[in-house]
Design a protein around this ligand. Structure first.
Ligand code: AMP
Ligand code: MG
Length: 350
C-alpha cells in the first residue's frame, strides 16, 4: 500500500502530533531498521522495514513539513502481506497431472520455478474412411460429400494439446484400411479414425483392426455414436469413432478426450457437468441420449436447456448452435421443468 510504515505503538502519537518521516522505501529497495517514534514513506511492493508492523494508507494522512499526521484510526498490522501469505515453504504448489493453464504458469513463476517437468504432447494419427469423401475446396461429383470429420477432429485434438498426424482419408477397402492402420500405429501414441466402423460390408475398420491388432470393445448403447470401437495395434491404442459428424463430435468428447487426458497424465478426466432445468419434453428409448441444447435464462435467472429441433447425427449445425449436451438416461421420460445433467462444450475444449 502506498503510505507510511510505522509501529503500532506509535499509532496514537501519529494521530495526535504526527511522526517524523525518517526514510523512504520504494518497491525494489530495502529500508533500514525503523527507529521508534518515526515513520517510513513506503510504496506498494516494498518490503517492510524491521521495527514496523503497520502501514497506513496515504489517503488517511496529511503532511506537515517533514511530519506525517494520521487522520483516521488504523488497525495494528493493517495493509501488510506477510511472507508466505500465499504459499508456505515446503508445501505442494501444483499437483502432478494438472493442466498448466494461465494461472498455473503464473503460480509456478511466482515461486521462482524456471522450469517444470511436463508430459510430452501425445502424437495422434488420424484418418477418415469413406469412398464418398471429398476434401473441401474441391468440386463435388454426384454421390460425394465433403469430409468434415477430418477438420473437426484435428481441431478437437489440437485443443486437447495433441500433435496431430493427419493421414487424410482412405477408400473403403480392407487392404488399404489394414495398411493405413499399421502405418498410423508406427508413428503415433494413439490412432483415431472416423467412419467405417458400423455393420455394413463396406465398413472395414473392425476386421482390419483385428487383422493387425485387437478389437477390445465395439458399440455403446448411446445416441448418437453407437458404433464406437476401441482396441490396440501392438502397444498403440486405437479409437474408431463413428462416421456421422455429430457422432464423431459427441463420442470424441465423451470417450476419446478422457482417454487422451489419461495418456497426458492428467488426473481429472471426467467431463464437467452440472444440473440445469429442462425446457423441453423428451422420451428416450433403450439408448442413453445426448441431445444438443442451448441454455436460456428462465424467469428466475436460472439456466433452462432448449433442444435443437433436429437432433439427427448428420445435423452438424446443431453442434455449432448448441452450448452443450443434455444427458438423457435410457428409457426415461423428461418433462419440461425436470432437472437434467448438462455437459457444456466450453468446459470440454480444455
Ligand atoms: P460410416 O460410419 O462410415 O457408415 O458413416 C456414417 C455416415 O457418416 C455416412 O453417411 C457417411 O457418409 C458419413 N461420414 C463418414 N465419414 C464422414 C466424414 N469424414 N465427413 C462427413 N461425413 C462422413
Ligand atoms: Mg463409411
Amino acid at each position: 500500500m502506498d503510505g507510511y510504515a510505522l509501529h503500532s505503538r506509535d499509532l496514537e502519537r501519529a494521530q495526535s502530533e504526527g511522526l517524523p518521516i525518517a526514510q523512504r522505501i520504494p518497491a525494489g529497495s530495502t529500508g533500514s531498521e525503523l527507529q521508534p517514534g518515526t515513520a517510513a514513506r513506503i510504496f506498494t511492493g516494498a518490503p517492510m522495514p524491521n521495527g514496523a508492523d503497520t502501514v497506513v494508507m496515504q489517503e488517511f494522512c496529511r503532511l506537515e513539513g517533514e511530519r506525517v499526521i494520521l487522520e483516521q484510526t488504523v488497525a495494528t498490522g493493517a495493509n501488510i502481506r506477510p511472507r508466505g501469505n500465499d504459499i508456505k515453504r515446503g508445501s505442494t504448489v501444483l499437483e502432478a497431472g494438472t493442466l498448466l493453464q494461465a494461472a498455473h504458469l503464473g503460480l509456478a513463476a511466482s515461486v521462482g520455478l524456471g522450469e517444470v517437468a511436463v508430459y510430452r504432447r501425445p502424437g495422434v494419427a488420424i484418418f477418415s474412411t469413406g469412398d464418398e469423401l471429398v476434401e473441401p475446396g474441391q468440386p463435388l461429383a454426384p454421390g460425394q460429400i465433403y469430409n468434415s470429420n477430418r477438420y473437426q477432429l484435428s481441431a478437437l485434438l489440437e485443443a486437447q494439446g495433441c500433435e496431430v498426424i493427419d493421414l487424410g482419408s482412405i477408400a473403403d477397402d480392407f487392404d488399404t484400411t489394414r495398411r493405413t492402420l499399421l502405418a498410423a500405429a508406427e508413428r503415433a501414441d494413439l490412432v483415431v479414425t472416423t467412419g467405417g466402423v458400423s455393420v455394413g460390408e463396406e465398413d472395414h475398420i473392425k476386421t482390419a483392426l483385428q487383422a493387425v491388432g485387437e478389437l477390445n470393445l465395439w458399440r455403446i448403447r448411446m445416441k448418437p455414436g453407437k458404433p464406437l470401437a476401441f482396441g490396440r495395434i501392438g502397444a498403440v491404442p486405437f479409437i474408431g469413432l463413428p462416421g456421422n459428424p455429430v457422432s464423431t463430435y459427441v463420442t470424441f468428447l465423451l470417450f476419446a478426450r478422457p482417454f487422451i487426458q489419461h495418456l497426458q497424465g492428467r488426473t481429472q478426466t471426467t467431463p464437467a457437468s452440472w444440473p440445469v432445468q429442462a425446457g423441453f419434453d423428451y422420451q428416450s428409448k433403450q439408448r442413453r441420449e445426448y441431445v444438443r441444447v442451448h441454455l436460456n435464462h428462465g424467469p428466475d435467472g436460472a439456466p433452462v436447456a432448449e433442444t435443437y429441433p433436429r437432433q439427427g447425427s448428420d445435423v452438424l449445425s446443431s453442434v455449432v448452435w448448441a452450448d452443450g449436451l443434455v444427458e438423457i438416461p435410457e428409457a426415461t421420460r423428461i418433462s419440461s421443468g425436470d432437472t437434467v445433467r448438462f455437459l457444456p462444450f466450453s468446459e470440454w475444449a480444455r
